[in-house]
Design a protein around this ligand. Structure first.
Ligand SMILES: NC(=O)c1ccc[n+]([C@@H]2O[C@H](COP(=O)([O-])OP(=O)(O)OC[C@H]3O[C@@H](n4cnc5c(N)ncnc54)[C@H](OP(=O)(O)O)[C@@H]3O)[C@@H](O)[C@H]2O)c1
Length: 341
């Protein structure tokens, strides 16, 4: 059995402090599973974590990363959910199995409160894993645990999205591109924004119905109102935060859903709550999702034969370059780390 792994770890904030180190793995308990990890994917959160903006009081050293996939190589004596050889992916919150989020859920976040999965192997509790979708490569499976589950939780679990509704997506990062695929699979009309016309054309090829360049149109809510005959959209996957929420409140239809997810456009500005009450907007905070939510996503992926948009794959030894690539904002969809060679 593997007792050590090679992991990416940082002892102080900053990309330059990321180092590949040999780390011991914990003993396998009766309900634990040892997974040889093959691929991981980056989330914007990993960048914030390493830079120290996610949690400036994080206890270091820390192994970042919440999303990985691999093969089960050993199981504890009481494990019933998995067998050696199974292809699995990590669950973002190791302790959130079902039902609503709990006050303690955040303490089990991989790569945040506990060590993460930018590593060649990891010991998980069996309930901290989900089987990978059938036919998925390791790289594809590694893209799902955070951004895909978040997009699914917002639009489907909370929003009950249905055919004929209109969805607005912001930018072409991991969450938004999964949301595009999920929305189209539900028969929705999708409007997507980006800073890049080239990325907007790729989004159209993936099914986006309308596109807006938010650099060319900083008041993009006006374009949204034009495109919807002044009605506004039914759902907004809000990854911008303080800089985009005022526009989202203008672009949403009365009674529509704004899923508060990200802070790409800042988090410290005062927000006027008046439109929330005047338009009776449903504002739903979304924090990834539970094991049950993830398992329903896997079922939908298999039924609809959905495959993620992978921008680029870097070896683990170039994780710093991979995070810098994400920081530059030049990616479309997901950035992947290959953990084997
Ligand atoms: N609450 C949760 O559970 C949860 C889960 C996952 C992610 N998040 C958060 O959601 C956000 C997105 O995460 P991600 O992993 O999808 O990020 P990502 O892949 O790094 O997405 C970055 C992209 O967002 C777009 N963007 C940046 N600023 C924007 C702005 N002002 N308006 C519109 N689009 C903008 C850009 O797209 P273009 O290049 O096309 O312009 C950029 O390339 C982050 O804040 C992350 O922390 C939260």
């Amino acid at each position: 059995m593997t007792t050590i792994a090679t992991a990416l770890r940082f002892n102080a904030f900053g990309l330059d402090n990321l180092k590949l180190e040999t780390v011991p793995l914990p003993e396998l308990g009766p309900r634990d599973v040892l997974v040889e990890l093959h691929a991981a994917s980056l989330n914007y959160r990993d960048l914030m974590t390493v830079l120290g903006t996610y949690n400036p009081r994080m206890v270091l050293p820390r192994i970042p990363g919440s999303d990985a996939s691999g093969v089960v190589t050993a199981i504890g004596s009481q494990v019933t959910l998995f067998q050696v050889g199974d292809h699995v992916t990590s669950l973002f919150f190791q302790d959130w199995l079902d039902g609503p989020i709990q006050p303690t859920t955040g303490k089990s976040a991989l790569g945040g409160s506990i060590d993460g999965v930018f590593s060649t192997a990891h010991v998980f509790p069996e309930t901290g894993l989900i089987r990978a979708p059938k036919g998925y490569t390791h790289a594809e499976a590694a893209t799902l645990p955070c951004s895909a589950v978040t997009a699914w939780n917002a639009l489907v679990e909370k929003g009950r999205l249905h055919a004929g509704q209109t969805v607005l997506l912001q930018g072409t990062g991991g969450v938004s591109i999964f949301a595009l695929q999920i929305a189209k699979a539900h028969g929705a009309r999708v409007i997507i924004t980006s800073s890049s016309d080239e990325k907007l054309s790729r989004a159209r090829q993936m099914g986006a119905d309308e596109t807006i360049n938010y650099r060319a149109f900083p008041e993009w809510d006006r374009q949204v109102m034009q495109l919807t005959g002044n009605r506004g959209v039914d759902h907004i996957v809000e990854v911008g935060g303080a800089g985009t929420l005022p526009h989202s409140f203008k672009a949403i239809t009365p009674g529509g859903h704004v899923y508060v997810i990200g802070v790409l456009a800042g988090k410290d500005t005062a927000i006027d709550p008046t439109p929330i009450l005047a338009k009776a907007i449903h504002t739903d905070g979304v924090y990834v999702g539970s094991r049950s939510i993830y398992s329903r996503l896997v079922a939908a992926i298999e039924t609809n034969n959905l495959h993620p948009a992978i921008d680029r794959t870097f070896p683990l030894s170039q994780a710093r370059e991979a995070l810098a690539h994400m920081q530059s904002g030049s990616h479309f969809g997901k950035v992947v780390l290959s953990l084997r060679g």
